[in-house]
Design a binder for this molecule. Sequence first.
Ligand code: NAI
Length: 377
Amino acid sequence: MAKLRWGMIGGGEGSQIGPAHRLGALADGLFDFAAGALDHRPDVGRDYAQRLGIAADRAYGDWRDMLAGEKGRDDQIDLVTIATPNSTHFEIAKAFLEAGFNVLCEKPMTMTVEEGQEIVRVAESSGKICAVNYCYSAYPMVRQARAMVRAGDIGKVRLVVTNFSHGHHGDATDADNPRVRWRYDPAMAGVSGQFADCGIHALHMASFICDDEVKSLSADMASTISSRELEDDAMINFRMEGGTVGRLWTSSVAIGRQHGFDIQVFGETGGLRWASEQPNQLIYTPVGGRTQIIEKGEAGLHADTQRLSRVAIAHPEGFPLAVANIYCDLADAIRGEHRDGLPGAADGLRSIAAVHAAVASGREDGAWKDARPPMFR
Ligand code: NAI
């Protein structure tokens, strides 16, 4: 099967997420890295793209040049990844979708709910794929958790509790580090800091595993480092459409916590627990029974779990391979084979609607807000 052609915007040398995209997109031999506008500094981006093996005429200095250059080609890219800071996602995603390209956009998909709705509409009318990189949902044992919930293994879900709390922005003397600072700058990050940066992964994961959507929420948002305009800690209570009660804590000042993403789902007949720092194990407890550790790679797992697991039992499969799973599902989708579970523009929109609801709630001492985007109410 011919390889698909892939391009990336952002994700330049030294960026946080760029390497995970390159490892993920290229892991399975499904894509060639054909074009890129990798850096906000045109010369730096062109130079780095060529060092990564991109031909000189497709090593672009700016995403607009890349759009113009790729549009006219017979061998134009089949997919573009947008891995730039948040404030640029909307205009780049919209322009590429309108020009007929498939898009994988980093989260948060947009800064505002209106922009998010616009992306959903443009993706629909263009007939192109707009995926959003909720890559944690592509870990094999997360797929296993969802399959077990769907199969009724823990009964009706009563409660979901999730945390995405780390301590890597907890040093007040480092608050002006440029890699840290933009995340709390409304002009670059939007209305929310930590919730939009990490908390939305946890919220998406709750929806993904429970197979349900967030309906309403109440939030307490805090800037524990007072120079920050946006929150670095948030506690969100939420309710899902199906009645499930949700609790979410997200923080960037939880010193001592490393990656800090975990989720527990409690149903009428059992409970599940998954943590990103032990991604190969899913912990399952049936009501009245013993706690069991389900290992990636063991016999009898759900077909989707097996499909997205590459190496034998007990060998770690980490973050870049979860990202690679997103690219596998994208390659299938581009070739016309729908993969259930690939996060799309609707998921990106639901997240940004929840972010805005949380900020509004926080400003009103935790008043409950409708968390759904207007177009899904
Ligand atoms: P970063 O600040 O480390 O890197 C940003 C990169 O984008 C740099 O190489 C910069 O030169 C480039 N860039 C900026 N503006 C550009 C433009 N107009 N055109 C071309 N390149 C441009 O940021 P980081 O942490 O890599 O985040 C990028 C995006 O990825 C953010 O939206 C962030 O929320 C998301 N992200 C997602 C993660 C996930 O787990 N899905 C994890 C980390 C980040």
